[in-house]
Ligand binder design. Structure first.
Ligand code: FES
Length: 101
């Protein structure tokens, strides 16, 4: 386990996303009704920045061509062969911690 601070819970209200940059890796962190989820932040279509897209419920919508992924599972909305990596998220006080190991 390798926990990295991604940001502050007070700055990530429900329905919003933030992006964690860690080395070469981008991770999109989603607040779905107060529950946090983290998925690979790079869209597999053309590398769009998912954290800069929209969050509709649990659906992350890529800002470039609107591919959608479920942030709780990483699953693409209609192509079962496309699934993004997901990451464990913890909250400690106001800190959002993501396990990037
Ligand atoms: S880059 Fe994400 S849908 Fe095209």
């Amino acid at each position: 386990m390798s926990l990295i601070k991604a940001g502050s819970l007070s700055q990530l209200p429900p329905g919003e996303m933030l992006e964690l940059l860690h080395g070469e890796r981008r991770i999109a962190i989603c607040n779905v009704g107060g529950q946090l989820y983290a998925i690979d932040g790079v869209c597999p279509h053309r590398d769009g920045p998912l954290a800069q897209g929209a969050l509709h419920g649990t659906a992350v919508v890529c800002p470039w061509h609107a591919w959608e992924f479920d942030c709780t599972t990483g699953q693409h909305d209609y192509n079962p062969s496309i699934k993004l990596e997901i990451f464990k998220v913890e909250v400690s006080g106001d800190d959002i911690l993501v396990d990037v190991a």
